[in-house]
Write a protein that binds this ligand. Structure first.
Ligand code: ADP
Ligand code: ZN
Length: 435
């Protein structure tokens, strides 16, 4: 079985990686300055010319790009190549507002698919594998990215897209799928449906899953691993930078290797923009150094995480990022307290509840309210029946210990929380609707 997709790159020495980055960054900055009027204007305003960027040590001098810039420059304003050189667009799923569009040359697509191929080989994939891709296809990057990566590795690829879950399980059984690619919330739903159909993990051949595109906790990982009888790996990416495969987990399952031959990662203080040392939590910023059509320099992802250069037992040398704790704009401020949905998910799964929940925030009489709907399993529903209120109080107390503020918990009948086939909608913040 092969261990790496591109060993000489994935296991290159830190000096070699730095040399690639220095050379590619200098070239990319020149390219963008010459071909992209939008970014040239930002550089001019900051008083920076391409000559000021001689290596990665100068990266911090460049101005940031944000999602707002992408919206302002929509649709063609941030391209560095003419449309005639491009072969595809993809678009964000619009989780946080208006969609943005990214452009690809054929070479951009090849590199993106190679990054996904690295992720598939890292979970033990090779040409003997049957890879079932149930991320959405179309404008969303999940389906096309993993589909392309699976082809490059030589797996038999099942381009299922999301939805029609019973049919997913039928194909999984009939064709003997060994690798599953989808969002973690959909993986949990597939696991639940497998069980509802009367099957156990022994009735399928899956060995690994590549799950990403939304935040998920370690507790959720263990839940999915048990439900499907697999090892579950994380994958991260964003449309603006290419799509899934910007970083991926290896067998150590302790963070995701960033493909540093294509993307330079920085962590900044989101309030001041100051670059933070490895090991500190902050906002992840990417510079794409090999992209042709749509290279973004110092793009602020709004994802909060930590970088680590600790040696990895898998042999890969590229820097690792922690699971994003959520987006900086995902963070809820409730009665002055910072709350991440992932903290609530951690408590729920630890207390033996399902990952089927929804967080509702509102403001009533000038006071923030926090309600959490949690679905019970059939067994819990029977067992808790006499004392639902007592269990609600107990769970509310456990969440209060974690967050420092008290929620109202509502334990609901089985199947009452809507299941997700793509990115799950965990939070409904009604305060935003009132503003
Ligand atoms: P949108 O911003 O509309 O959701 P994308 O579909 O491009 O656009 O999603 C990219 C975002 O998805 C990332 O910035 C990040 O917030 C989230 N994301 C992607 N992969 C992961 C992951 N493995 N863990 C947590 N969040 C992720
Ligand atoms: Zn590793």
């Amino acid at each position: 079985m092969r261990k790496y997709y591109q060993e000489e790159i994935e296991c290159a020495s830190p000096e070699q990686i730095k040399a690639w980055q220095d050379e590619r960054l200098v070239k990319q900055v020149k390219n963008v300055y010459e071909n992209n009027t939008y970014y040239r204007k930002l550089m001019d305003e900051a008083g920076i010319t391409p000559d000021d960027i001689q290596s990665t040590a100068d990266l911090h001098k460049l101005p940031f790009l944000t999602k707002n810039d992408l919206r302002e420059a929509y649709p063609y304003g941030l391209m560095s190549r003419p449309v005639k050189d491009c072969v595809r667009i993809q678009s964000t799923s619009g989780t946080t507002g208006r969609r943005v569009v990214a452009f690809y040359t054929q070479n951009d697509i090849d590199i993106w698919e190679e990054c996904c191929a690295r992720a598939i080989v890292a979970v033990g994939g090779d040409e003997d594998d049957v890879c079932q891709v149930c991320y959405g296809y179309g404008l969303f990057t999940g389906g096309p990215g993993l589909n392309g990566g699976s082809h490059k590795v030589g797996c038999l690829t099942l381009p299922m897209s999301s939805g029609n879950t019973e049919r997913q399980i039928q194909f999984m059984r009939d064709l003997g799928s060994t690798i599953l690619c989808c969002t973690p919330s959909y993986a949990a739903f597939i696991g639940e449906t497998l069980h509802d159909m009367g099957f156990t993990p022994d009735d399928i051949r899956l060995k690994a899953g590549i799950f990403g595109a939304e935040p998920w906790t370690e507790e959720m990982r263990r839940d999915i691993e048990a439900k499907l009888g697999i090892k579950a790996y994380d994958i991260y990416g964003l449309t603006e930078i290419s799509g899934p495969g910007v970083s991926f987990e290896c067998e150590e399952q302790t963070g995701m290797h960033i493909n540093e031959d294509h993307f330079i990662a920085e962590i900044i203080n989101p309030d001041t923009g100051e670059v933070l040392p490895d090991g500190e939590v902050g906002e992840l910023v990417f510079t794409s150094i090999t992209k042709e059509a749509f290279p973004l320099l110092r793009y602020r992802t709004r994802d909060l995480c930590v970088l680590s250069r600790k040696k990895c037992s898998c042999g890969r040398t590229h820097v690792k990022m922690s699971k994003p704790m959520g987006r900086s704009d995902d963070m809820l401020i409730i009665r002055g307290v910072n709350v991440f949905p992932s903290q609530i998910e951690t408590v729920l799964l630890k207390e033996g509840y399902t990952p089927n929940y929804q967080i509702l925030v509102d403001r009533i009489n000038n006071t923030d309210t926090l309600d959490i709907n949690v679905e019970l399993t059939q067994e819990q529903f029977k067992e808790y029946n006499d004392n639902v209120e007592g269990y609600e109080k107990k769970l509310a107390a456990a969440i209060t210990t974690m967050l420092g503020i008290r929620p109202k918990v509502h334990l609901l009948a089985p199947k009452s929380v809507v299941r997700s086939e793509g990115k799950a909608v965990r939070v409904i913040d009604k305060r935003k609707l009132h503003d």
